[in-house]
Design a protein around this ligand. Structure first.
Ligand SMILES: [Zn+2]
Length: 255
């Protein structure tokens, strides 16, 4: 059924304002397109079929899917060629147009309803990496960007995941000190340079990080430059193990 953009706007606003309203009072809309669906937090069959969920078998370090199952401990070429500073990375989806649409919706508009469902999906895909940690930390935005955007989508997801799992939410232990350029459009080397030294754990926060196992949350993992720079800063701050959980990961092709 076609819905006018005005009606859709009202429905989205109602959802954002009143997550507690019974489903019957607010119609349910597909998370990625504008079709009606029969329950909240889902996608219509057309969109669902197109989302590229990552399921086993996958690389135990990078979380990248394998086309065939070759046993528990087989690492991907990516993990062997370029071992990351973090212990494990997990993702809900492989990044594509549909995943980008979901991520953009939480980044640039008021979609508290969508955040809730994305966090639920991350909670399922990340069960193993969540279980292993003491605290959950978002990749921080620089304060000037935070003012501009009003909220940090990674922070919103991290807070929800911490609450769902009764883990410490520690958004203040990692700080972004450089107002880095947007990573979009940069090469892998430029991305690494852009975020190099961008993060640090303030001295007064190191006591909270000491020997802690932490889970770092971001929305998208592209080349990994951001997650790796943040991981190194957390390690310098005293954390003993860092796992990473993202909503979508760009597929890696090694030449
Ligand atoms: Zn749809």
């Amino acid at each position: 059924m076609e819905i006018s953009s005005k009606t859709l706007n009202v429905i989205h606003k109602l959802r954002a304002l009143a997550g507690f309203l019974p489903e019957l009072l607010v119609p349910s809309i597909c998370l990625t397109c504008d079709r009606f669906v029969d329950r909240q937090g889902g996608c219509c069959p057309q969109c669902w079929g197109q989302l590229r969920f990552v399921t086993k078998p996958f690389c135990p370090v990078m979380g990248s899917p394998f086309t065939i199952d070759m046993g528990e401990n087989l690492l991907s070429a990516e993990a062997i060629a370029n071992p990351p500073p973090f212990s494990k990375l997990r993702t809900v989806l492989l990044y594509d147009d549909l995943a980008r649409k979901l991520v953009s919706s939480i980044k640039y508009s008021d979609r508290a309803d969508l955040l809730r469902w994305l966090a639920q999906w991350m909670n399922i895909a990340g069960a193993e990496v969540i279980d292993e940690v003491d605290a959950i930390i978002p990749v921080p935005l620089h304060p000037s960007r935070l003012r501009q955007r009003r909220f940090n989508q990674a922070g919103e997801l991290a807070q929800r995941l911490a609450k769902l799992n009764d883990k410490h939410f520690m958004p203040d232990v990692l700080v972004r000190k450089k107002p880095t350029r947007q990573q979009v459009g940069l090469s892998e080397k430029e991305r690494a340079r852009n975020v190099s030294g961008a993060f640090f754990a303030p001295d007064e926060m190191k006591i909270y990080l000491k020997s802690k196992r932490v889970l770092l949350i971001d929305d998208v993992y592209t080349t990994g430059a951001t997650a790796k720079a943040a991981t190194r800063a957390l390690k310098r701050g005293g954390a003993s193990q860092i796992n990473v959980l993202v909503f979508a990961k760009v597929e890696t092709y090694l030449e």
